[in-house]
Design a protein around this ligand. Sequence first.
Ligand SMILES: N[C@@H](CCC(=O)N[C@@H](CS)C(=O)NCC(=O)O)C(=O)O
Length: 205
Amino acid sequence: MLDLYFWTTDNGYKARHGMEESGLAHNLKPVELPKREQFSPEFLKISPGHKIPALVDDDGPGGTVSLFESGAILKYLGEKAGNGLYPDDPAKRIMVDQWLFYGSATFTTHAQQLGLFTKRFPEDVPPVKTYYLEQFHDFCSIFDKRLGETEYLAGDDYTVADISAYPDIHMYHSDGVATGDYPNLTRWHDAIQARPAVERAWGPY
Ligand SMILES: N[C@@H](CCC(=O)N[C@@H](CS)C(=O)NCC(=O)O)C(=O)O
């Protein structure tokens, strides 16, 4: 059985979304960040950097697998599901890895700063907000250009690369930050939003 440790943040939704798309049986284990549950000794054994998401699979290669980092979790789930989310074809994998790393390492880390300075930071710091808003729009333009050339980020097929980029686009799209000027990105967002697995992933837990 798979245990997915998550909370209702962008990275948490990536893992839950990947889990729902995988079709694999699992238990959801909420880790309530506002209550600082990520610092419990039990959770730190799984995720020493006190971050969700994390995954424990008691039926992994060689025995029990314990994993943190949303990108690694998405790749693991895609490989385990064997349903094309993480393709077998090495040429396709190169493109999936590129956009998966871009989504998890580059895009989300910047998008989180926009959220921090526009929603949670105790002081109003306009130049920093402007900087991260411009950064966010730059990412939207890059995704929009790519999605004008291909159906999904890594090519013709929907993959874990799309799952990794989706939550931050979705959250800011809903807030009205990323709508309007990005027709290809909006087309991609709306197609992903309509998937039953996405409705489940963003639903009650
Ligand atoms: N690079 C990591 C980032 C994970 C991350 O930033 N997790 C945040 C929530 S989105 C967290 O658990 N923060 C709690 C903490 O740092 O104590 C990933 O992609 O999984």
